[in-house]
Design a protein around this ligand. Structure first.
Ligand SMILES: Cc1cc2nc3c(=O)[nH]c(=O)nc-3n(C[C@H](O)[C@H](O)[C@H](O)COP(=O)(O)OP(=O)(O)OC[C@H]3O[C@@H](n4cnc5c(N)ncnc54)[C@H](O)[C@@H]3O)c2cc1C
Length: 492
């Protein structure tokens, strides 16, 4: 048993000296930690952030910082662009997106608080232009703000909630939202006089014999220091995709087929600290995974087939839903192909898939790639027949993406784990109340311990229902709530 194992809290009775005291100790200075710090400071708490890296940012700074917001008649940007988004549509959409894993209370709070959250974020100084990016893209590379970043327009989502774009992209050219977002958040934290310790790796929590958390042990300048948190500790350490052993243990289906994205400290240390202090873990098997299927949007005119030569999804869904479904196909088969007409196959693209063969007849394509000829021919001909009428009776792809696939026909191998660029990060983590208090397996709170962001299991819980902006939306929204909750806490 290692002396510095994060899963073994240091015993309060063994603390001989407090090297530093603060009301609120926040572990990690990414999106969740930064927003928690701002809110805790605004509620009068003395705040200290401990960040292992040499600067703030975490994965939030690496991201596009698209944030998923709406409802309540629309954010300022939505209204300016002509959308009167409703809270019920936002709620219903998110509930269907998260499926069996949906946390209704959390989603309700997120949906009902979304407009206020937009105003809070704008109040920090985050710039959004009152304009819409109308293309189908992962992120707007213009400085436009509003874009569709999920499955809103695709079946079955469009049937239960009126489609509305909710991805808010920061006013900056290129994919540069994350650095700007974290620069502004950092300035806001600094302006509130919060203490920030960089190059400070938190090693473990300090708890008493009843499990109440009183502080943490941090290594600064090579020395271990005991920090007393008078009100509580917030774990905002991000996810664990960079810990390959941990990711593969909990979420092998995705971890074994995708490249992790994030910062190097996405190693699960905060999750393990919380677990060691009695915290329960939730949906650790769930990860975001994607393949940049678009841009170019023209790839949407193709069809995806499995090793039985059958389609399995409407190809106009969000890219992570495609990636997750591609991976599911491997449960019963060995391969996934994009079948696409020459006209709509564009290069360069980010798919990373190889054209395995191309030709004029679907039968010769099937033979070349080793799929059952009659099956693929039937799938192809059935699709083309109905696509010519603007219909997709099997999977309900929207009419705007339907047209017969014309020769030359290409088969692009995007079998997960073999071809195609699949990337991912984790969605499971500590189980918390919506207010950030970490819960035990029995549903009790761990006194003095809070968590937010990808160290927790939040609103986004599965790749099939992910949409860009849900993670930064979640980390900022619930980071704020956790910061406020701990700031109001009086130790008993
Ligand atoms: C390329 C990319 C693009 C993305 N784009 C989007 C997007 O546009 N919209 C969206 O919603 N999501 C996006 N995501 C996902 C999103 O960025 C993250 O899920 C989210 O930002 C995580 O926020 P966080 O605050 O939980 O963690 P982080 O921002 O990673 O912050 C955690 C911090 O904790 C620190 N830390 C970890 N362990 C310790 C320790 N023991 N002691 C001290 N400090 C520690 C880390 O160094 C880090 O700074 C993207 C992710 C990537 C990688």
């Amino acid at each position: 048993m290692s002396q510095i194992s994060p899963t073994h809290p240091h015993k309060l009775e063994k603390v001989e000296q407090w090297h530093l005291e603060t009301d609120v100790a926040i572990v990690g200075f990414g999106g969740a930690g930064g927003c928690a710090a701002i809110e805790a400071a605004d509620q009068g708490a003395d705040v200290t952030i401990f960040e292992v890296a040499a600067g703030s940012g975490g994965s939030t700074a690496l991201s596009s910082a698209e944030i998923y917001m709406g409802g309540g008649g629309g954010t300022r940007v939505q209204r300016a662009c002509g959308y009167d988004d409703s809270t019920e549509d936002l709620f219903n959409y998110l509930m269907l997106a998260q499926g069996d894993l949906a946390d209704e209370e959390r989603i309700r709070l997120f949906a009902e608080g979304s407009l206020d959250h937009f105003d809070w974020i704008v109040g920090l100084g985050i710039p959004y232009k009152d304009s819409e990016f109308e293309g189908k893209a992962i992120v707007a590379l213009t400085d436009d703000c509003l874009l569709y970043t999920g499955n809103e327009k695709a079946w079955p989502f469009c049937e239960i909630a009126k489609p509305c774009p909710r991805g808010h992209n920061i006013e900056v050219e290129g994919d540069n939202g994350g650095p700007i977002f974290m620069k502004i958040v950092t300035q806001q934290v600094e302006s509130r006089g919060a203490r920030i310790e960089y190059n400070a790796r938190v090693l473990k929590l300090i708890a008493d014999e009843h499990g109440e958390v009183f502080g943490l042990v941090v290594r600064i300048d090579g020395e271990e220091r005991n920090v007393r948190a008078r009100k509580g500790v917030i774990l905002a350490t991000g996810g664990f995709a960079m810990n390959q052993e941990m990711w593969s243990r909990y979420s092998p289906t995705i971890a074994n087929r995708a490249v992790p994205i994030g910062n190097p400290f996405d190693d699960g240390s905060g999750i393990r600290m919380g677990q060691g202090a009695g915290g329960s873990l939730l949906h650790m098997d769930q990860s975001f995974v994607t393949i940049p299927y678009y841009p170019p949007a023209s790839h949407t005119f193709g069809i995806l087939v499995n090793s039985q030569g059958q389609r399995f999804i409407n190809e106009d869904v969000y890219h992570a839903r495609i990636a997750a479904n591609n991976i599911q196909q491997l449960e019963t088969g060995e391969s996934v192909y994009l079948i696409i007409g020459e006209k709509n196959w564009q290069q360069p693209n980010m798919l990373g898939g190889e054209i395995e063969t191309a030709g004029d007849e679907i039968e010769e394509i099937a033979e070349d790639i080793g799929l059952p000829v009659a099956n693929l021919a039937h799938t192809f001909n059935h699709y083309n027949t109905f696509a010519a009428k603007g219909e997709d009776p099997l999977f309900h792809k929207a009419a705007e993406w339907l047209e017969p696939i014309e020769p030359t026909i290409a088969a692009v191998d995007i079998t997960p784990g073999q071809h195609g660029i699949y990337v991912g990060f984790t969605l499971g983590g500590l189980e918390t109340k919506t207010s950030g208090e970490v819960l035990t397996m029995d549903g009790d709170i761990v006194p003095g311990l809070y968590a937010a962001g990808r160290a927790t299991c939040g609103v986004p819980r599965r790749a099939e229902g992910y949409g860009s902006g849900l993670s930064v939306g979640d980390v900022t929204f619930f980071g704020r709530l956790a910061g406020g909750q701990v700031a109001r806490r009086e130790r008993g």
